[in-house]
Design a protein around this ligand. Structure first.
Ligand code: NAD
Length: 257
């Protein structure tokens, strides 16, 4: 597969899953647009590093995706968008009767509203180019629920619903829309939580991973950002042309329970 000549915009891609997907798509030949709400030297250095490693064009565009106008401006600034990956996300955990309204609004804005705005802005560009892939990073929490994660679960279920609608609206065009639903993925953020959790429960690293972090993941293994990058690349391949409007779980069996 070669994605040469294609441009992929990956939201929330200066770390974790988004960065893994950007690296993989660049390896497959795509030009990539990295994004987050910050604008640091490190952000731009990441893009330079990917360009150097892959010989493709990698750019960093700052956009705060909690805002409708910045979500749309990201697509406008990218110019060409053949692959859109809506990945940016945040989390807040609290019982629903104590859930701060501003946290609810931020989670829905960044994970659901922004995907609406970027998709609405990118579809005309895909139609003009005659090819497109919309990939929404949902979650096992887009298919199941956990207590205390009302906004996250609502946003991730919403993303799955919107993915199906986009797929139906583009069904007769060379465009697909799908959602990837990861279980627990090893990212720098997850890694950084291990030492504190070890202290909190007085457990060794392996026990914390098996008994606390991966309690709901039957494989007892984290997915990796590289694997998620591979799934995104597959969805961009010709083999995946007839895969649209569906979810792909990468959750070690979580949603089979
Ligand atoms: P992460 O914190 O490494 O990545 C989140 C990205 O979103 C970062 O680049 C961050 O800067 C960006 N972001 C946050 N707020 C933003 C804003 N206002 N505007 C623009 N960008 C913003 O976490 P991750 O684990 O890589 O998460 C990526 C996606 O995968 C999220 O949607 C998350 O819900 C989903 N997910 C993660 C896991 C997991 O176990 N790590 C599991 C299932 C789903």
């Amino acid at each position: 597969m070669s994605l040469a000549g294609k441009t992929a915009v990956i939201t929330g891609s200066n770390s974790g899953i988004g960065l893994g997907m950007a690296r993989r798509l660049a390896k497959e030949g795509a030009n990539v647009v990295l994004n987050s709400y910050t604008d640091t030297d490190d952000d731009h250095a990441l893009a330079k590093e990917i360009s150097k490693e892959t010989g493709t064009e990698a750019r960093y565009i700052k956009a705060d995706l909690s805002k409708a106008d910045e979500s749309r401006a990201l697509i406008e600034q990218a110019g060409q968008v053949d692959i859109l990956i809506n990945n940016a996300g945040i989390q807040h955990v609290a019982p629903i009767d104590e859930f701060p309204t501003e946290k609810w609004n931020a989670i829905i804005a960044i994970m659901l509203n922004s995907a609406f705005h970027t998709t609405a802005a990118a579809l005309p560009l895909m139609r003009k180019a005659g090819w497109g892939r919309v990939i929404n990073v949902s979650s096992a929490h887009g298919l199941t629920a956990s207590p205390y994660k009302s906004a996250y679960v609502a946003a991730k279920h919403g993303v799955v619903g919107m993915t199906k609608v986009v797929a139906l609206e583009t069904a007769e065009e060379p465009i697909t829309a799908n959602a990837i639903c990861p279980g627990y993925v090893m990212t720098p953020l997850v890694e950084s939580q291990i030492p504190d959790t070890m202290k909190k429960y007085d457990m060794d690293r392996e026990t914390v991973i098996r008994e606390v972090m991966l309690q709901r993941q039957p494989s007892k293994e984290f997915a990796t950002t590289e694997q998620l990058g591979g799934v995104a690349a597959f969805l961009c391949s010709d083999d995946a042309k007839q895969i649209t409007g569906t979810t792909i779980s990468v959750d070690g069996g979580w949603t089979a329970l």
